[in-house]
Design a protein around this ligand. Structure first.
Ligand code: 5GP
Ligand code: MN
Length: 342
């Protein structure tokens, strides 16, 4: 028997009420959107457009080249490149959907525009500890991905409306957030959703190739540098990688090039916690990614030590100190939690 939490009926009926007549709608993914953030926002935008709404996706900033094949991505408005038209859209919106994040801090300066807007805000998300900025909320931390939540939602509202484009968007986010259907969040319901999305026209092989077999030569060289920088914390099942701006520059770094590097640490026998620290000179900070296997909560770790958060086994954070100091702070933090590893 597969148990699967039903979507709350009051959420569905409140949403249906809001969507009865054509509305002006903005759909927002988190900053540095990944496959799940873009897949869910684009699929939801396409569904809304099909239902006669005036819907647009507004991304806080640009996204990696390996997502630039996605259906309808040419309609995305990027805030950092179109500030005044984005401001207008948000001011005029009747409804704002925020997808794949649960705190307005995850969309930088867009956050205050959203907070000040008169629009009804709807959050659809699977991260832990949601903030309470939205009037309507569909939050389920057990879901594999926001795309699986949007699949459930569209399936409930009108299962016959899943076009090949919507199916491809949703397949993409489920695939990327589940590590190609292998993380523990992957359930029988996830596979059933995927099976249906294939029936609706998603081409799994093509999507996989677009995302994972589209690396540049430089990106693979950068992976080589990252792997040669791999360090282990003595006596603990923990590894970390540092990448400096200089190293990124030496491989002509482009947005998205380091996606997935942190997972290599977890491929080591016995390792259950992996971290990557990536310098961003422009923003004056170090972006940190954390991944774990089993009981250790990187969500808690990121929140406690590095101003971040995310999921139990995948989270992010940041540091504004130098790389050397960040590594020292990471080691100190690990020392404080080390009894969780025995
Ligand atoms: P990544 O390491 O791939 O950037 O992020 C891993 C997971 O943690 C993603 O689900 C992402 O949305 C979330 N995440 C990344 N950075 C942050 C952060 O600074 N704050 C919070 N709350 N979540 C984050
Ligand atoms: Mn997600």
């Amino acid at each position: 028997m597969v148990s699967c939490k039903p979507m709350k009926k009051d959420f569905i009926s409140a949403l249906q009420k809001q969507l009865q007549t054509p509305q002006k709608i903005v759909v927002i993914p988190h900053k540095n959107p990944d496959g799940d953030a873009l897949g869910s926002t684009l699929a939801w935008m396409l569904f809304l457009q099909k239902n006669k709404h005036d819907a647009v996706v507004i991304s806080p900033n640009d996204y990696p080249d390996f997502l630039k094949w996605m259906p309808a991505q040419d309609q995305i408005l990027i805030f950092s490149q179109n500030e005044s038209s984005v401001e207008n859209k948000i001011q005029e919106a009747d409804l704002i959907f925020t997808l794949d994040f649960n705190s307005l801090s995850r969309i930088d300066q867009l956050g205050s525009l959203v907070a000040d807007s008169k629009a009804i805000k709807v959050m659809i998300d699977h991260h832990q500890e949601p903030d309470s900025y939205a009037q309507l909320m569909y939050s389920d931390t057990e879901m594999s991905s926001t795309c699986e939540m949007i699949y459930k939602l569209i399936h409930t509202l009108d299962a016959s409306s899943i076009t090949p484009e919507i199916a491809s968007c949703l397949y993409t986010g489920i695939m990327t957030d589940t590590g190609s259907f292998r993380f523990p969040s992957t359930t029988a319901a996830t596979h059933k959703a995927i099976a249906h999305l294939i029936e609706c026209g998603a081409d799994g092989t093509a999507i996989h190739q677009n995302i994972y077999d589209s690396s540049s030569f430089n990106r693979l060289k950068l992976l080589g540098i990252a792997l040669s920088n791999l360090n282990q914390i003595p006596g603990l099942p923990i590894v970390y990688i540092q990448l400096t701006q200089k190293e990124l520059n030496s491989c002509d770094y482009k947005k998205g090039d380091t996606e997935g590097f942190v997972n290599y640490g977890l491929s080591l026998d016995g390792v259950v916690f992996s971290c990557i620290m990536i310098e961003n000179e422009n923003e004056g900070k170090i972006k940190m990614s954390f991944r774990s296997k089993g009981d250790f909560s990187v969500n808690d770790f990121a929140r406690t030590y590095f101003e971040g958060g995310g999921h139990h086994n995948a989270a992010g954070g940041m540091s504004t100190t130098s790389m050397e100091e960040t590594v020292q702070r990471f080691k100190k933090a690990v020392e404080e939690v080390k009894n969780q590893f025995h």
